[in-house]
Write a protein that binds this ligand. Structure first.
Ligand SMILES: [Zn+2]
Length: 429
């Protein structure tokens, strides 16, 4: 089967390419990139007026399986990804049971292959049961094909344990992804600690909790010469420390979410649980610092931390409601509206953070448009205006901080292994 993606504006960061051209796909692989390609017998996808990018990767997603299928499943979560222009996700192990042994990794891989509409990478747990005490079966999980290790949702408190985990993971060429919030400092806190939390009388989660956690991880990366990846970075100091560590050649990478680059703790004034997330939405100076980090390459990847919950759970009193919300179907629209169309971040930088950035961190042969590579493509209508309607999400999770907002820029099609799995917002599988 051949497919010709014709006349799109191809933006391919790996080759510093930004030009109108065609992409010929055969049997799921990219066969040629250029003009006047032979289209005999090919199905033609008219991409004129659209950006054609390497398939977007979201390396921080909670598909909630195994065990929490009331919140999300591989089937619903990957359909949400396809709808959002994402061709590959990495799913986190804080499930029930925890993904901490190879048999569960294998089960998830099987499920992803049979039910996944987009590609799914599995992140294995660092510690058994996410308890931070005993190493999980990392070697066996690496052999079973996990993409990375993380105890996401919790900070790896014990320094010696973290050092061993980093050294062990690096033997398998896998990175440790750390959720950086020092536990004692954030205990009982439900939002960013600052002027707004004081005025609301809510206990906060201070920025210094993240700063301390990130500093420790960078120091361990330097001491062990092994890589560490900072999940959902959200503070000024953390961004600055990662920037300086990279300049020193320390193997640290970082990701940021649309919410931490767009929203602030001012949104919490209505005690609306849709804005409750860890790490919390912070004050504008922190938000600005994270955006600056994306601009100068300190931040390698844009991720959603897509964290679906059941509506009844989110529809609780502020201090009781769970943290986190969905993001797969709003990621591209939010970033284009608030970071690109405002002139803050250029398109090449944004696309890099969705493609080559995460591909490098996870050692994936993806994120590039080149002959021989998998034909995973994300097509975007940069100027399409639309209103976010969480009721219409493919995800089971309907809680979104972006609900009802007007966005400019929308994924127009998602192509996985040469197959169009989403077109004009409709998932075709
Ligand atoms: Zn996390």
């Amino acid at each position: 089967m051949t497919l010709l993606v014709k006349g799109g504006r191809v933006i391919n960061p790996a080759a510093q390419q930004d030009e109108i051209c065609d992409i010929l796909v055969e049997d799921g692989k990219i066969k040629a990139v250029g003009n006047h390609l032979d289209e005999t017998g090919a199905e033609v996808f008219d991409a004129s007026g659209l950006v054609v990018a390497p398939g977007f990767i979201d390396m921080h997603v909670h598909l909630r399986q195994p065990g929490q299928s009331a919140k999300e499943t591989v089937a619903t979560g990957t359909r949400a990804a396809a709808a959002g222009g994402i061709t590959r996700v990495a799913t986190m192990p804080n499930t029930n049971p925890v993904i901490d042994k190879s048999i569960i990794v294998e089960g998830m891989k099987y499920k992803a292959e049979h039910e996944g509409v987009v590609k799914v990478e599995i992140v294995g747990a660092i510690s058994k049961g996410l308890k931070g005490q005993e190493l999980a079966a990392m070697g066996a999980m690496a052999k079973a094909g996990v993409a990375a290790f993380s105890d996401d949702g919790r900070y790896v408190e014990d320094c010696d344990f973290m050092r061993k985990a980093m050294e062990y993971a690096s033997m398998f060429h896998k990175v440790i992804i750390d959720h950086c919030e020092e536990q004692a400092l954030v205990a009982g806190g439900n939002m960013h600690e600052g002027i707004v939390s004081n005025e609301l009388g809510l206990k906060g989660r201070p920025a210094v909790a993240e700063d301390i956690a990130v500093a420790r991880d960078i120091l361990l990366a330097e001491a062990t010469h092994t890589p560490v990846h900072i999940a959902h970075i959200s503070t000024k100091n953390a961004v600055d420390m990662v920037r300086r560590a990279k300049a020193k050649g320390i193997r640290v990478t970082a990701e940021a979410t649309p919410q931490h680059m767009i929203l602030t703790d001012e949104a919490l004034r209505g005690y609306d649980t849709r804005f409750k997330v860890n790490p919390p939405l912070r004050s504008d100076d922190h938000r600005q610092a994270v955006v600056d980090g994306l601009k100068d390459g300190t931040i390698d990847a844009i991720v959603t931390d897509h964290a679906p919950h059941e509506w009844e759970e989110k529809d609780e009193e502020f201090n009781v409601a769970p943290s986190g919300f969905v993001g797969l179907e709003t990621s591209i629209g939010a970033v284009l509206t608030y970071l690109y169309h405002t002139g803050v971040v250029d398109l090449m930088t944004i696309i890099r953070a969705y493609t080559t950035g995460p591909a490098k961190i996870l050692n994936l042969p993806a994120g590039v448009i080149a002959p021989g590579k998998d034909a995973d493509l994300t097509l975007i209508d940069l100027d399409k205006e639309w209103v976010v309607d969480s009721d219409a999400f493919y995800s089971k999770g309907k809680s979104s901080p972006f609900d009802d907002m007007i966005f400019k820029g929308k994924p127009a099609a998602t192509i996985v292994d040469g197959v169009v799995v989403m077109k004009n917002g409709e998932v075709l599988r």
